[in-house]
Design a protein around this ligand. Sequence first.
Ligand code: SF4
Ligand code: SF4
Length: 540
Amino acid sequence: MFCYQCEETNKGEGCTVAGVCGKKDEVAILQDMLIYVLKGISISNIEAKKLGIKNEKADIFIANELFSTITNTNFNKTYFLNKIKEAIKLRDEINNEISINHDYDAVTWTPKDDEDILKKAREVGVLSTDNEDIRSLRQLLTYGLKGMAAYIHHAYELGKKDQEIFDFMQEGLSATIKNLSADELTSLVLKCGEYGIKTMALLDDANTSSYGHPEPTNVNIGVGNNPGILISGHDLKDLEELLYQTEGTGVDVYTHGEMLPSNAYPYFKKYKHFIGNYGNSWWKQKDEFDKFNGPILLTSNCLVPPKESYKDRVYLTGVVGFEDLKYIPERTKGKQKDFSSIINHAKKCKSPEKLEEGNITIGFAHNTLINSADKILNAIKSGDIKQFVVMAGCDGRHKERDYYTEFAKRLPSDSVILTAGCAKYRYNKLKLGDIGGIPRVIDAGQCNDSYSLVVIAKKLSEILKVDINDLPIIYNIAWYEQKAFLVLLALLSLGVKNIILGPKIPAFVSKNVLNVLVENFNIKPNTTIENDLKNLKLVA
Ligand code: SF4
Ligand code: SF4
């Protein structure tokens, strides 16, 4: 295996024996194999579209299965073997309709059996591209598309889709096996950022049209006396149905990790048994799931291989997979998913052990911020707020991420943090106060809600009539996996410069590609807190 798609990759170079994340060798190569066939389907489907044949089944299959290969989503070998076979069947159905006769192996390759799939899987991974820079650009594009796939999936679950986005995803995937130049690939990488913004806008529309606009909310971080279900991941449709089915059962519902922002949606607030948020970001689950005492539902990426002590309480759904864990099947047309097994399990459990108490303030997505635009502008004009510091992105398990807590603590008191994604857990309980009623940590929501930060930057640039790079907004971004990487590409596509990126520059960015990013966007790796505060002109 060779995988270097996340920030925690082995030695900052690549996982070759097993994943630091817990992904096993055979799962890693089967993910490569599935992606290879998705590229084949993309080429066939593009040809079919030229003949006027649309295939929504293929459009959403490609997105869902690309999503299944994101870090910490699916660790199940059988899942990938089955999906590869399904993908080949789907590809061949399209090929039969259009009598395609292609040179691309990904369009025509057919396995004899599982052994054949495993053998081929070792030949089609990242290292099958020899040229380091072309490999880097192909992977930059693939990882951006993986992030996009996650957002497409969640929007689709809520009934929103956009053919243009599906088409771009397939153009991008097929481009990674064509003989394109570095310049052609670079331009597709930036285009991926543009489509990233479109996809985040689509998901934002899906979320807000279903559940209302997030509103400023003090979320309880303590516990109640009833048994509970802890829901993690990003899927709001799953949360909707779980809340509906648990009402009146005596079982409470709590959020974990990136599900925290759901507490700010008006639609969910009507449920009295929706208690609040339990714990912190994804990587703390090993400790926190143990103490929760009740069952846990993982709805999307962010699964850490579970400990024996709580394994029997973990339920998966959607594209999440892990051998021998319980799985709640997909909804059938017009019906909700059936959560009765997890609810019955919860009824037999003790209530959660208290981790902390009090509350945290969330719910500052674009609608709230636009409604407070006058207040924010006045604070900028009066000099009460000198700087907004975007510290969006991911959290991760390595000690070096303490940097973000310290950085937040040492920011001057006239600066405000804008955040989205689970990076916030490094500083959202610090009690940094407010500036004239504007909290010093403005939390826009999940990583995909970074879209709100884009809307705000664009709006401020329009009102103040200045270029996006002349706004009092600076960027110190933390990444971990591919969804955050798409957010970075989205910022670059807007022309945002001088971003500090950490804790490490991605291993999949080659030296020459990094030089291009530095020349055009002045991206820098984070260094020490003192240096970075100075470089960002936050201290003299
Ligand atoms: S996802 Fe990250 S930790 Fe897991 S195998 Fe890939 S690079 Fe390694
Ligand atoms: S913020 Fe980062 S680690 Fe957290 S879910 Fe989003 S992309 Fe993954």
